[in-house]
Design a protein around this ligand. Sequence first.
Ligand code: E4P
Length: 218
Amino acid sequence: MKFFVDTAEIDDIRDLAETGLVDGVTTNPSLIHKSGRDFLEVIAEICDLVDGPVSAEVAATDYPTMLEEGRKLAKIASNVAVKVPLTPDGLKTCRALSQSGTQVNVTLCFSANQAILAAKAGASFISPFIGRLDDIATDGMDLIADICDVYANYPELPTEVLVASVRHPMHVLQAAKLGADVATVPPGVIWQMFNHPLTEKGLAAFVADWQKTGQTIL
Ligand code: E4P
């Protein structure tokens, strides 16, 4: 499973990139707003830090303007994945950008039928939002299972399942069990995945016993 970081905070991305565990980054207008940064500048900086796809979302909702914005975003760096909403105009934009060789992440997916449409439009990634479904008492993970099942029937489809709106480590584990291609995860949740009290306890005991041997390795 690939890990994308779901943030526009450069320091958080840098810290995680140093672990070697980051395969890409996703942003959205809300994350850009939260960062307080200039959109185009911050996307360029993220693309310098991370080799994998960096999602940058269009702001318009009509096809001609989305396409123009998408083309501008794609020029920032070769690893920009243009993010478009799952609307008829968004999928028209997806088709046009994909045909010209730009990676496209189709966002705001809440049903398997929408995921089928995005795949037919040539999306590189489909982003089902599981946390927002959980918030309305609908199991987001059922949607991931459905999309993975449907896509498995058509192995020629170019679209990777990018699990979005991840809220906690169990979301990541469940998505991995279902075989989702990618999870985009907030930095705090990635750090939470490292934690286990028995790891901390065991390491403290090993460090203490090693000191008692009086030996050094280096
Ligand atoms: C990522 O591409 C999405 O924009 C993000 O995961 C949405 O998460 P949220 O539902 O926590 O805002």
